[in-house]
Design a protein around this ligand. Structure first.
Ligand SMILES: NC(=O)c1ccc[n+]([C@@H]2O[C@H](COP(=O)([O-])OP(=O)(O)OC[C@H]3O[C@@H](n4cnc5c(N)ncnc54)[C@H](OP(=O)(O)O)[C@@H]3O)[C@@H](O)[C@H]2O)c1
Length: 231
């Protein structure tokens, strides 16, 4: 497969890149600061031309446009919109509108922008799939179980779920599948030290899950182990 993954210098994005490369796939990986991405540089030494690294800030439309022009892949079989930020502690009634705006932009709108910029290459993909890395915290139904922290993140991931669903309908007749996937609670800078799942385990689970999903599952909301989540 020819894959594009965003936010790959650390965390789940890095683990996804490593896992896809280990399985023999070609990965076009993005980072905001590739020069500082030492892990990616290590992968480049090991995997050579199978890994291409690009600069991309998904929240900057010019950067997205430039990336789409620079991308050397002739087609895309798998796009993983992984990059994300969180506004922990932004809870009622002390909600910063600036924080909410920024997080919703990065966690939802920017993924739509990236996807639109790459859609022509996805149309040429083999069994093409888009995976939007969402969160269980974006579930409207599960607010009752997960409390009300992080307004920006919760709104952003719920919006990303809607974007996934809308695109699933609009891209269906091109044969492009779209899935919203929750990676589990993962030990990364965002997930924190107490998280029970390692990035490598999550990445393996996400890739196994996505490879089993078909166009009939497009528009679905799943966790990293393939279980359906309530919207
Ligand atoms: N960890 C969890 O428990 C958990 C649970 C549910 C969902 N998720 C989701 O999983 C995804 C990956 O999270 P993670 O845990 O791996 O977090 P992380 O370790 O904090 O990594 C986040 C990644 O996103 C990148 N990023 C942030 N803003 C960006 C922007 N504007 N443009 C491009 N890249 C940007 C970061 O790049 P920089 O290094 O340049 O900042 C970094 O590579 C996120 O979408 C997150 O919401 C994580």
């Amino acid at each position: 497969m020819i894959c594009v993954v965003t936010g790959t210098n650390r965390g789940i994005g890095f683990a996804l890149t490593k896992e896809l490369l280990s399985r023999g796939h070609e990965v076009h990986a993005t980072a905001r600061n590739p020069e500082q991405a030492s892990g990616l540089k290590g992968l480049k030494e090991k995997f050579g031309d199978k890994l291409q690294i690009y600069q991309l800030d998904i929240a900057d439309h010019q950067s997205v446009k430039r990336f789409a022009e620079e991308l050397t892949a002739e087609r895309i079989d798998l796009l993983i919109n992984n990059a994300g930020i969180m506004d922990k502690g932004n809870r009622f009634p002390n909600i910063s509108m600036a924080d909410v705006e920024e997080v919703v932009k990065v966690d939802a709108l920017a993924h739509l922008d990236v996807t639109l910029a790459l859609v022509d290459k996805l149309k040429h993909g083999i069994n093409p799939k888009i995976v939007n890395i969402t969160s269980i915290l974006g579930s409207i139904e599960l607010v009752k179980d997960f409390g009300t922290d992080a307004y920006g993140y919760r709104i952003g991931k719920a919006a990303l779920n809607m974007i996934s669903r809308l695109l699933a309908f609009d891209l269906m007749h091109y044969g492009i599948s779209v899935y919203a996937v929750h990676p589990g609670w993962v030990r990364t800078r965002m997930g924190g030290e107490a998280a029970p799942i390692l990035p490598e385990e999550s990445a393996r689970g996400i890739i196994d899950t996505v490879s089993k999903l078909t166009i009939n599952d497009s528009g679905g909301y799943f966790d990293w182990q393939g279980r359906r989540l309530p919207w």
